[in-house]
Design a binder for this molecule. Sequence first.
Ligand code: SF4
Ligand code: SF4
Length: 142
Amino acid sequence: MDKRMLVLRFPNSITDKPIVCRLSRDFSLDFNILKAEIFPGREGLMVLEISGPKKEMSKGLAYLKAQGVVVTPVAREIRRNDETCIQCGACTGMCPTQALSIEPGTFRVLFDPRKCTACGMCLMICPVRAMEIRFAKEKILA
Ligand code: SF4
Ligand code: SF4
């Protein structure tokens, strides 16, 4: 068995295609969608926990790649560059774990790395790229 947590990025040209559902139908893979966002006129992003036989995993990931989906492992580490952050708060509505939150009273945007699952959603929304990501080294299609 193989189990992975992945970030899928869908170019604008394929966001309307039923791609992910084929993972279970054609490759016997189970998946759990942890987060999905479509940005109008831009790309779509999905955070997926996926499991199944190793062979099917390789085939399923190769299928995604062939469709133009960019597949990356969930990052090991997310950091915030406090000097770059302008405290706009945009990321707090996007964060699924409340790792980014607004402090009552001061309205400062707080980042708690212990709550961060490294899903990468905040990277999409931050206007000044204050959230930084470090990816795992393992290859997806190894
Ligand atoms: S990467 Fe961490 S801080 Fe950013 S949205 Fe995901 S859980 Fe929240
Ligand atoms: S979106 Fe970026 S600039 Fe705005 S509060 Fe979040 S990290 Fe800071």
